[in-house]
Design a binder for this molecule. Structure first.
Ligand code: 4FV
Length: 274
């Protein structure tokens, strides 16, 4: 485990008893999370008690009658900063309800969220997700009340809410009993480390586009090889970086060597003076 302050060591816990995963979201816009309950896998997982999603309005922990949650930055500068008191109140309230939960602050300064991080978080008993707004949160919250900072990408959002929804979605679908069949989570992009192979469904012919014969053959061995080769080539073309530290099979190496020979032939063909 590479997480710092407190990591989630869970595998053993879950083996004999399926527990509900709790997401507690601290936000100034709790109504935004109603959209998760409109339909789909997340709604169904809440209904069949595989996950629970609670929102806490940070403004409910503001101490003055104007329920102020932000203020001007010390040292000047533009924008506003989220005040520590309402945040600390909301975090302690959430920790009181879910002492085992792992507390995450969504921020562009955080560790980059990816499928491997999603798998790690899927092992936690609960997550407290802090959604910043304005220019961010008072540094003392980050230092004293946050287990980890998480970023969903190198861009700046108006708030952490959409980032929290991304985390809830990506983590929930890795929990047992959430996806129709767990198998699909095994074969998808990033679970094998490769990009997913091309998918087709009926009709077998659409606007001149044909489904590859191998997929219609019923030969599962050939289909498996075809899909692995397609994933490999697609990953080479779109995300060659993913191939650098990925364990490759001897079959994979043969595919890449064949690609290299074809590329070499093309380069030589176009580099020899006419
Ligand atoms: C963000 C991200 C993000 C920064 C200022 C909210 C905004 C505002 N969160 N990954 N990228 N947050 O841009 O997680 O407080």
């Amino acid at each position: 485990m590479i997480w710092t302050k407190r990591s989630c060591d869970w595998i053993f816990l879950r083996d004999w008893k399926i527990e509900r995963m709790n997401f507690t979201v601290l936000t100034l816009f709790p109504e935004m999370f109603a959209s998760l309950m409109v339909g789909g896998i997340i709604k169904r997982s809440v209904e069949n008690k595989r996950i629970s999603i609670q929102t806490i309005d940070i403004r409910d922990f503001a101490s003055n009658r104007h329920r102020t949650v932000d203020d001007r930055p010390y040292g000047g500068g533009c924008g506003m900063v989220m005040k520590p008191e309402p945040l600390a109140g909301a975090i302690r309230h959430a920790k009181g309800r879910h002492p085992e939960a792992f507390t995450l602050l969504l921020t562009p300064q955080g560790r980059l969220f990816d499928q491997a991080v999603a798998r790690e978080l899927a092992g936690c008993r609960g997550l407290i997700l802090i959604c910043g707004r304005y220019e961010g949160v008072d540094e003392r919250i980050r230092q004293d009340l946050v287990d980890e900072e998480l970023s969903v990408g190198d861009y700046v959002l108006t708030g952490g809410e959409l980032a929290a929804m991304v985390v809830i979605d990506a983590v929930s679908r890795l929990l047992p009993g959430v996806l129709g069949n767990e198998a699909s989570a095994q074969e998808e992009s990033f679970s094998t480390g490769l990009l997913e192979y091309p998918q087709y469904t009926r009709p077998s012919s659409f606007e001149g586009g044909q489904v590859p014969d191998t997929l219609l053959s019923g030969d599962h061995g050939a289909i498996r090889n075809w899909r692995r080769e397609a994933s490999l080539i697609r990953t080479f073309v779109k995300r060659p970086d993913l191939l650098l530290d990925l364990p490759l099979t001897s079959q994979d190496m043969r595919v890449l060597e064949k690609l290299q020979q074809e590329l070499q032939a093309i380069i030589e063909k176009h580099s020899t003076p006419f």
